[in-house]
Write a protein that binds this ligand. Sequence first.
Ligand code: HEM
Length: 530
Amino acid sequence: MMLLDFFYSASIFVLSILLFRAIYTTKNRRLRLPPSPFGLPIIGHLHLLGPKIHHSFHNLYKRYGPIFHLRLGSNRCIVVSTPELAKEFLKTHELDFAYRKNSSAISLLTYHVSFAFAPYGPYWKYIKKITTYQLLGNRNLTHFEPIRRLETNRVLYDLMVSSKHGKSVNLTEEMIKLTSNIISQMMLSIRCSDTESGATNVRNVIRDVTELFGEFDVSDIIWFCKNTDLQGIKKRANGIHERYDALLEKIISDRERTRIVEKKNSGAGGGSGDGERNDFLDILMDAMEDDTSEVKLSRNHIKAIILDFLTAATDTTAISLEWALSELINNPRVLKKAQEEINNVVGNQRLVKELDTPNFPYIKAIIKETFRLHPPIPMVIRKSANDIQVAGYDVPKNTMLFVNIWSIGRNPSYWEKASEFSPERFLADTDGGGLSHMDINGQYFELMPFGTGRRGCPGMPLAMQELPTVLSLMIQCFDYIPLDFKGEKAERVMDMSERPGLTAPRANELMCLLKPRIDLPNLLGNVKGE
Ligand code: HEM
């Protein structure tokens, strides 16, 4: 009886596969699609993906070549893994792929009006303009320099105290604390680390949102699960949304009251009335109150855009720092050369400043090399807006595009000694060779950690102010002794693996003992006293 049952189930399974293949193949016969592995009914190629999707795509690239197509449940996807194809899709067909697909959880969390997931249209263009010229424009970046300096000094101070007491430090946590404090002050004029005013709750919400962003929701992928919540993701999203909404509602209401008082005091007819603050909340509230603006913003727009920026800015920059430090610890030769560069330019009688960093070509090369091996966002993910033809293949409307920048960065066809951490490759060599010309602003498709084109990262100017300065200070101020899982001193950072998700942070936090290299108590002064 059991044997009969088995044969019965097996026959149904095989028949359904054949039926599915017949239907799917007929449907696709008219289309010229890129190569594809054998797929299963309903789930398509989901079974081929591990938790680190960019690793799975890299393995599939080795078998199916630089362009292949997959079906993830009911979503059609194209994966490309070479700079040439990345250019073809993201530059030649830029406008066709200037869209993203969002999940139900993201849509719910961002009030259905996210900027980062908005279609390429008037709303996206309007916020992009405000972002480029106001929030992250040169004037505002300069305006917030003292905040960046103060926050960095605060972290250095905490690290110095720990090192004095021989206490281990969690560098991953310290870098996240730093980047979240900087961005929350630029956005809302609050510090995530302050326990009063619910600011720590903002940090917790950012963490929860980032986690949720990285999860695959079956109900978004399998059509007949559309209205279910098998993994409880929608329930969690609802909970986070309520917490975030309550927090932001309070922050916005408080700000409305402050703005009224400021306007009365200054006698101004409009605007924030406070030339000092100039944070993103003020900029967006000015836009909301402007009856002549080209797009009418609501309170929900403001909340959504702030969430977009808080989540996009915090982890990405911190991830770059933790990987750069891990690689430096594991490559003492590189660390020593970087220390020498700083010593030659700045010495040890003062701390590095933002304005020094253009004089650090080697540190700049270290950052590029870190991005090559550890892009914080390992894939540029877009969606096609129309039925089009690219690279000789048909790409139907709504196809998801994955450009695997992690895979491109490790491909020996494009990089000599691809697995080695060697910043020297980005320096000009004596006969004028080298890749010193290769920038990270989206013009070189071999190395594009910030994506490319109109939809490229608007936060790059801020990230590229923070990263070289913080990294240089960490190099100038300390020597590092990594700790293993048991908290014992180790020769090197043993575990260099990544955590699953849409970003690629270290799987395990970076724990170290620090030894100060310079007279920090004198140079920092009483940072905690401000
Ligand atoms: C090392 C730091 C960072 C890295 C590596 C990074 C990387 C990226 C990448 C790869 C994209 C997708 C680009 C594309 O599709 O072509 C992106 C988008 C985005 N990033 Fe960043 N980012 C970083 C820091 C920041 C910061 C500091 C902010 C905000 C201040 C920010 C805000 C955004 C936003 C809002 C988007 C969506 C843009 C859109 O859809 O138009 N990012 N980022």
